[in-house]
Design a protein around this ligand. Sequence first.
Ligand code: S3P
Ligand code: PEP
Length: 431
Amino acid sequence: MMQQWPAPIAGNPVRARVPVPGSKSITNRALLLAALADGPSTLHAPLRSRDTLLMAAALRTLGAGVTDLADGGWLVEPAPLRGPAEVDCGLAGTVMRFLPPAAALADGELRFDGDPQARVRPMNTVLDALRALGAEITGDALPFTLHGGGRLAGGAVTIDASASSQFVSGLLLSGARYDNGVTVHHDGKPVPSLPHIEMTVQMLRAAGVSVDDSSANTWRVEPGPVRATRWRVEPDLSNATPFLAAAAATGGRVTVPHWPTETDQAGDAIRGILAQLGCAVELTDAGLTVTGPDRLSGVDIDLHDVGELTPTVAALAVLADGPTWLRGIAHLRGHETDRLAALAAEINGLGGDAEEIEDGLVIRPRPLRGGPWRAYADHRMATAGAIIGLVVPGVVVDDVGSTAKTIPDFPGMWARMLDPEVHSGHRAEVS
Ligand SMILES: O=C(O)C1=C[C@@H](OP(=O)(O)O)[C@@H](O)[C@H](O)C1
Ligand SMILES: C=C(OP(=O)(O)O)C(=O)O
């Protein structure tokens, strides 16, 4: 049952300190690397949400041990991966693109499937690449079956990764365990979300894997062991953005504690984006503090590297006093939903003016009215509706439960952010 959620209006400028859960991207990379490692690894402060629980469940199905630690972390004990197994990818790009390259090392038959919307997300690039590297696979999208032989030759492969950086990351993450390692060469329009590939490379190096990324569009992973590692997961900076946006939208002030001073997370780019929109942005020992202006400015911005921030930025653009161009994000048509079409439809449904262009969106200021906001099973569409609903009375998000993909309790966190008692210290803060 979809949960209709009347987005709460912010009566006053939002003032809050909002701790956010761990990074999806780091958690799912760490889980996978831990399952391929030469001994037990631990994850501390991992994200426990649908996407990461699906990754943990899939690795267990393939034979790895993933057990809960008392501090909320995970202990991962590698074991030879084996089938037969059924893997549920849900709607998680990081499961459907990262796991098959690891599963290609398994012995036995592995069947992959996911949510109905996952069946239309681009997959053939990764499956064709695995075939070229020696795997036997039936199918070109979810559902598909991998017939594992217990090892993979690996070697060099050329792919077109312009639809998703995850095609590259997926192959690199498992490549050290292939007989010949892997060399991935990209040939096509520019690869989106490059910071996510940088995160993959840095995490591989942290696990002792040798990676050469010295030439543009080519990544070489040498064969060798993946070292057991103690992974500490940073807060999810992309998931922090709706909360920071609450300050931006209401002229308030929001602090997200434990914001890393150095990070490979794409979400860190929100600092510069919010500054362009007119916010004051300060990174101190207390965390990242954003103070919203009286009026937000429109922006002309390329989000090619940080496409997952688009729904948050689009929600703020709707509230700005000038037009906004969001460019470089044609690949968002293959995200959880076609995010360009979805954002345009929902913004226009509230009386706004959003136009889909070939590689993005143009959003022009127009007074908004309340009404339904569809999430399309997309966590970031739901949180975008929540941002607009802070200042436009009567916005009702049709599926706030979709936020569980990457945030365990978004409605609770949002309510606490808006509760002045919590922030005056009269009620306990809960992260
Ligand atoms: O590797 C990752 O963890 C991710 C890569 C990006 O995917 P795309 O390159 O498909 O945009 C990003 O949007 C997604 O949320 C997470
Ligand atoms: C694109 C996203 O997710 P996924 O990892 O499922 O691709 C996202 O979280 O914005």
